[in-house]
Unconditional design. Sequence first.
Length: 325
Amino acid sequence: MLSGKCQAVSTDTQSLERRRSSASGRASSLGIFYMLISATCFSFMSFGTKLMYMHSNITAFEGVYIRGLVMVVLNLAYAWRLGLDVLSVPSGLEKIIWIRTIVGTIDICLNFIANKLLPVSIASSLYYAYPIITSCGGYIFLKEKIGKYESLGMLTSFAGMLLVIFYSQQGTMSTESIPLQYYLPSIATSFTSAGIFLILRKIGQQVHFLVNPTWFGIVQSVTVTPIWLTLRSSGEPYHITLRGSFVVLIMCLGGWLGQVFMNKSLQLEKAGRVAAVGYIQIPLLFLCDAFYFRVNIKWQVILGSVLIIICNFTVGILRMLNVID
């Protein structure tokens, strides 16, 4: 009798562990899926930003201001519909929320400047060193393990990124014709973005996923206001076409959705793993350069993009199947 009860308890325990493992796997897969959506939305933001410069004389800081203002309005409207207060920050999290908003503001300003100085595909290739930095930072600061499959995937993705950078520069322009400082904003964003991912992962589910992007939008809009007012004080009138107005809308919506899904993703999965999914922006933006901006693309660049996509999808599938933790 006692033996039968022990077996029943053991069976129930194993069943509970399987359910927990299954729930954890689903949450992780959902986190990866959310980051995939986020990366796609951020691609639209970058594409819209480049078009904004082509069809208007809006400066990078004005673009950041408009994006932040729209983000705040949309977040507050969404929160109002859900009946949430996203302006209240739980006690003890005020400092880390402020750090996130400040680092995020620096990051988005650098991002807009980079997209103005370089083709979006080149800018994104330099920028996307951040998943490697995020994984290393997650290992050092958050004690997150890096498995052998993930390590192999990151290294292969990084090799693909190097192919994209090297051959895209050869195929589109001479690197000597571009001042070195033009590449610095994109490289700097790889570090600021890694910092953002680590901070958001540290915050986790302690706040609603709308809280971070709401305060981020407020701080970035307020911070850049004196900058763009000073730049516009020369009295130069605004010039924007109808198409320019449309692409500004695409930029704002892409940025808002990218932020929302990024925050949801980092509440469910490790920073290093979901950051690698962001590599998908590189081939998407190369398609934009090839088919819209008419930039010549070599087959080596396509190979690099394929490596990036295959590696990230393979890691995602292995995670869904619980082959890796």
